[in-house]
Design a protein around this ligand. Structure first.
Ligand SMILES: [Zn+2]
Length: 383
């Protein structure tokens, strides 16, 4: 029998960012049908859902000018609290009235926003500050440039949650916190991923887990680039990996509903802050976290954490090197822990792995667990 969850057990977890979970869910207010409606993009819908669940605490809605300016220039909210990326809602024209309904792509109203501000913004400046580039070949920049030209700001109430893509893996911050408390965990490391987990990722999650009580595998299931591995395949791969290779009482798997922004370093900080709201005290930051193409330096997403005092973020980033199987060491290792030359390491490029899988061939067991490879092969074979 698991011990009952007590307030004490939850109180031992890290506090949400800003101190409290700001869950912006509530009853559907009267008169929604009479309001102007804004249809949100998939990225904005992900943000809205996270506002509803408290994953973006302490935000209560889409950012106003003051917070936006501070975030862009200083990576802080107007209060001084660290915050790495804008959470804004773009519109073509200011909506009529003092409230506006927020709808999904089909027009179904999900939330109401109390309009506090509508302001113009400079897309190129936002791109430069947040993505470190104005290049429209960058997927995050391209999406920013395609947005409407004004931001509408104000607190939201989400009265209808979107159907989660993986209901079995759906956990809001209050749910992961309860799950951790129920297991008696205090120190929990979060692992962000948008790729299938190969041995390299398994190794670093286990290295991290050796030093804390529990592991949250938190795959991102919001919108990603079309050439990323589909979320359903990734989720199935995590399931078989955990089934075969992790002690179940030390791992929670849940979907992270955010959309990828591909903002590299800033997104690493943003991901860490969100995971703190889910109850993680530690967060794994690998090389080129949330990167794309050659836009960011290999270690930029780790170095950016130096811009904050440790107590400001509270959640502790754990930095990892690229890891590999070393034939001489006879185990997984990194350049930090293995003295042998690259010839002794099992290395496969991403292209090579995809080629093997597409041909129905298993990569070496030192690279990929066969159960995981089988899932990926099956996915490649689907028409
Ligand atoms: Zn070695």
């Amino acid at each position: 029998m698991p011990a009952p969850v007590t307030a004490t057990a939850e109180a031992q977890l890290i506090r949400p960012h800003g101190g409290e979970l700001t869950e912006r869910s509530g009853e559907r207010p009267d008169g929604i049908d009479q309001l102007d409606t804004v249809r949100l993009t998939s990225r904005e819908l992900s943000d809205l859902d996270m506002l509803g669940s408290g994953a973006l605490s302490p935000l209560t809605g889409f950012m106003g000018r003051d917070d936006y300016e501070h975030v862009i220039e200083e990576m802080r909210l107007a209060t001084g609290l660290p915050w790495a990326l804008p959470v804004c809602l773009a519109v073509a024209e200011p909506p009529q009235g003092d409230r506006v309904a927020l709808a999904d792509e089909s027009g179904r109203a999900l939330a109401v926003l109390e309009i506090e501000d509508v302001f113009e913004y400079d897309k190129e400046r936002e791109a430069e500050r947040c993505f470190g580039t104005r290049d429209e070949a960058h997927p995050g920049v391209a999406r920013l440039y395609a947005q409407q030209s004004k931001y509408v700001a104000g607190p939201v109430i989400v009265f209808e949650r979107q159907e989660p893509p993986f209901p079995g893996l759906h956990k809001d911050p209050r749910d992961t916190r309860a799950a951790f408390a129920e297991r008696g965990w205090r120190r929990v490391v979060g692992f962000q991923t948008r790729n299938p987990i190969h041995r390299a990722h398994e190794y670093l999650t286990k290295c991290a887990l050796e030093t804390v009580d529990g592991l949250l595998i938190h795959p991102l299931v919001g919108e990603t680039k079309a050439d990323d591995v589909p979320a359903a395949t990734r989720v199935e791969a995590y399931e078989v990996l955990i089934e075969g290779y992790y002690p179940k009482n030390r791992v929670v798997v849940s979907a992270f509903p955010a959309a990828m922004r591909y903002a590299g370093p800033r997104e690493a900080v943003w991901h860490a802050i969100c995971r703190k709201n889910y109850g993680c005290s530690h967060f794994i930051v690998g090389r080129d976290h949330a990167g794309v193409g050659d836009y960011y330096g290999t270690y930029d997403a780790q170095l950016i954490f130096d811009e904050f005092e440790p107590h400001e973020l509270d959640i502790e980033p754990m930095f990892f090197e690229h890891s590999f199987w070393c034939r001489v060491c006879g185990q997984m290792a990194t350049a930090k822990t293995c003295p042998h030359p690259a010839d002794d390491h099992v290395f496969l490029s991403g292209t090579k792995v995809r080629e093997l899988l597409a041909n129905g061939e298993l990569p070496p067991a030192e690279f990929s667990r066969p159960e995981v490879a089988e899932v990926l092969i099956a996915a490649y074979r689907q028409p």
